[in-house]
Write a protein that binds this ligand. Structure first.
Ligand code: PAP
Length: 341
């Protein structure tokens, strides 16, 4: 979920930061955006016509680029902020559900939980989408972001003790999940993007917030340097041992599960509520939509496709699998991070 984030236009940003930021500063960001946009490298987009490259990352020219610039220029983090950081299609929806439920477990009961009637994206907003009342959010603010770690402002990574939870996923599954999803959202006037084209672009790093491997490595390195600030998770591990990972998540976020909670099966309840089987079968996720902007409305069901590990391989040729595995080994060499085969 990225390029279709609500566009933080000038009015929205003024409202968001009303009273906090001099409108002169907002105008400066807008002016800089208009100035740099025409000169940025441009390549074919997955959902939009083009992606542009800014500070080494590929972004949709409107929502994602503006969102990044505004975060860099204007976002005021709090030390208690919790950010869920993801590359699109790596498990954002699932991580949002799990984190929201874990942190708010004394607030909401399982029988009438907000997730039963609201898509996870509706419970936990994207930072770069600049929701109008970020400043009014109670602490700890739960926010998500697709922005690479290396592009976040120092105010978020160095000067504050904000916490980040990152989830990564095997690139073959990310690529296929993204390709299928993006084609669903691609405007009718643009021809669908073929798997071969998507594969080439992905391998060259040209996909929203790509290159994928740089995104992963940025958070991986940060998690090694500051394990108390950055928790690094893998979709595959979460699938394999969800209760173990949820306990780690609770501990890391400062919401550890007590022995009593464990014995009452609270962890398992959270896992069950947030499971693919449960969420994808809820009425809200089968038939409702998420309005992300005036132009973009997404069927909630598109956020839940198969939720499996290794499904990407059934779409890719042996040659494609070999190439993407080779790129992955090369990029991650020496980092200590590995994905499955
Ligand atoms: P986003 O970037 O649009 O938010 P994101 O949630 O990161 O997408 O990833 C979507 C993937 O997570 C989909 O994978 P698939 O295409 O391979 O099936 C989706 O099915 C999967 N997913 C969503 N919710 C869950 C869940 N509760 N458990 C496991 N996987 C899930």
């Amino acid at each position: 979920m990225d390029s279709f984030l609500p566009s933080p236009d000038r009015d929205a940003i003024s409202k968001t930061y009303n009273g906090q930021i001099d409108s002169h500063l907002i105008q400066k960001t807008n002016a800089r955006y208009r100035e740099i946009l025409p000169n940025l490298p441009r390549r074919k987009g997955w959902m939009t016509e083009h992606l542009v490259q800014y500070q080494g990352v590929w972004l949709t020219p409107n929502a994602a680029l503006k969102g990044l610039m505004w975060v860099q220029d204007h976002f005021k983090p709090r030390s208690t902020d919790i950010f869920l950081a993801t590359f699109p299609k790596t498990g954002t929806t699932w991580l949002k559900a799990l984190t929201f439920t874990t942190v708010n477990r004394t607030r909401y009961g399982f029988a009438d939980h907000p997730l039963l009637t609201t898509v996870p994206h509706g419970c936990l907003p994207f930072l770069e989408a600049c929701p109008n009342d970020l400043d009014g959010f109670p602490s700890p603010r739960l926010l998500s972001t697709h922005i690479p770690y290396t592009l976040l402002p120092n105010s978020m990574t160095v000067n504050q003790s904000c916490r980040f939870v990152y989830i990564c996923r095997d690139p073959k599954d990310v690529l296929v999940s993204k390709w299928l999803f993006m084609n669903k959202l691609r405007p009718k006037e643009l021809a669908p993007i073929s798997l071969e084209e998507a594969f080439e672009l992905f391998c060259q790093g040209i996909s929203h917030y790509g290159p994928y491997w740089d995104h992963v490595l940025g958070y991986w390195k940060a998690s090694l340097e500051s394990p108390e600030k950055v928790l690094f998770l893998k979709y595959e591990e979460l699938k394999e041992e969800p209760s173990v990972v949820v306990k780690r998540l609770g501990e890391f976020l400062g919401y550890p599960f007590s022995l009593e909670e464990e014995s009452k099966g609270v962890v398992e309840e959270i896992v069950k509520l947030c499971s693919f089987e449960n969420l994808s079968n809820l009425e809200v996720n089968k038939s409702s939509v998420l309005k992300l902007s005036t132009q973009i409305i997404v069927d909630n069901r598109h956020f839940f496709r198969k939720g499996k590990v290794g499904d990407g391989k059934s779409y890719l040729t042996d040659e494609m699998i070999k190439r993407i595995n080779e790129i992955t080994s090369e990029k991650l060499l020496g980092s200590g991070l590995v994905f499955g085969s």
